[in-house]
Each structure stands twice: as C-alpha cells, then as structure tokens.
Design a binder for this molecule. Structure first.
Ligand SMILES: [Zn+2]
Length: 194
C-alpha cells in the first residue's frame, strides 16, 4: 500500500500530466488558428464543400459545390451570359455562389463584427434562412467590368441585380429579355418585407 507521501506524489504527477494535456490542447488551437481555412475545410459543410471559393471560379467550374449546387436554370443563364460577355472582351468570374447555411451564418457573424451591429450587418449579409445563396438562387460576379456588363445586359438572360448596394449580386429574377423587378436598396429591405 502506498504511503501518504507516495499518494501525494501520484496526485502531483497526475496534476502535471493534466496540466500538460490542457496546455497542449490550447497550443493546438493556437497553432491551428492561422490555418483556419484548412481546419474548416475538414468540417462538414465548410471549406469548398460548404460553398467557399478561394479566389474566383470560371462559370465552367461546375464540379465545385459553389456552382454544382446552384439552381440549374441560374447556372445555365450565367453560362450563356459569360460566353457573350467573353465574346465582347469581358471575362466574367463567380466570386460566390451556393453557400451552406453554416458558411452563410459565419459570413453573417463576421459582418456583425465588421459593421458593429446586427442591423448594420443585415444591410450587407442575409441570415441563412433568408439568403438566396443558401437556396442556390444567387451568384456574386466579378471583376467590376463584368458587373458593369451584367448590369447592362443581364436581363437578356433573365439575370438581375436585385440590391442597389450590391452591383455584384445577381439572381434569375425575370424571363430572358424581360424586365427586372425594381431593386431593393439593400438586403435588409427584404427582411422588412418578411
Ligand atoms: Zn450575393
């Protein structure tokens, strides 16, 4: 049977081991932080599988979830528009397409930090339940000359800029050659409408 001193020694060793474990757990988190993107990429519905796009995509990158999970009519319209834009010397890229609810929630949370309040954030980013990106019905386009081109010609393909403060955000909102609906000033208008 261990002496009192032996027991204290065992307890002390246990405490040191526990401390080391806790410390290593902390330093793992810190070490993982700079590689947040990679770390998240291993989580379900995050990284590319959650619709994140590293830089931008061509409209032909249809194997990538951000495009693969778009509404197919929207994707088809976008591909025709991009082909015609290209014929007139404008390269069109997709900077954001379908997003998982988890990814959209993260964007919203980041916007709350950036803009300082839920109200201000709502003028730029929808919550997952309202976002047309989550339902696969919206794309963000770049660069600026492609946005310009699509603002002018998008309705020929049924594509419309739906918020006046987001010249990069397009939805299939009319029939090809039809008229786009009046723009909302920002996403929070939609929220106000319910
Ligand atoms: Zn958008």
């Amino acid at each position: 049977m261990p002496s009192h001193r032996g027991i204290i020694r065992i307890l002390a060793l246990g405490a040191v081991a526990f401390g080391a474990l806790t410390l290593s757990a902390c330093s793992y988190t810190e070490a993982a932080e700079p590689k947040r993107g990679n770390y998240l990429a291993t989580q379900p519905d995050s990284g590319p599988s959650g619709g994140e796009i590293e830089d931008s995509l061509s409209v032909e990158d249809t194997h990538v979830p951000a495009l693969a999970r778009l509404d197919s009519a929207l994707l088809t319209a976008l591909q025709s528009a991009a082909a015609d834009a290209r014929a007139s010397g404008v390269d069109m890229h997709v900077t954001s397409g379908w997003r998982s609810a988890a990814y959209q929630q993260r964007l919203f949370d980041e916007a709350v930090v950036k803009y300082g309040s839920v109200n201000e954030a709502s003028k730029w980013v929808h919550t997952p339940s309202l976002s047309k990106h989550v339902s696969g019905q919206a794309v963000d386009i770049g660069p600026t000359d492609a946005n310009d081109w699509l603002v002018r010609h998008g309705s020929d393909y049924g594509l419309c800029q739906t918020y006046s403060n987001e010249m990069w955000h397009f939805e299939l909102a009319t029939t090809p050659g039809g008229e786009c609906p009046p723009q909302l000033s920002n996403p929070s208008d939609e929220r106000a409408e319910g």
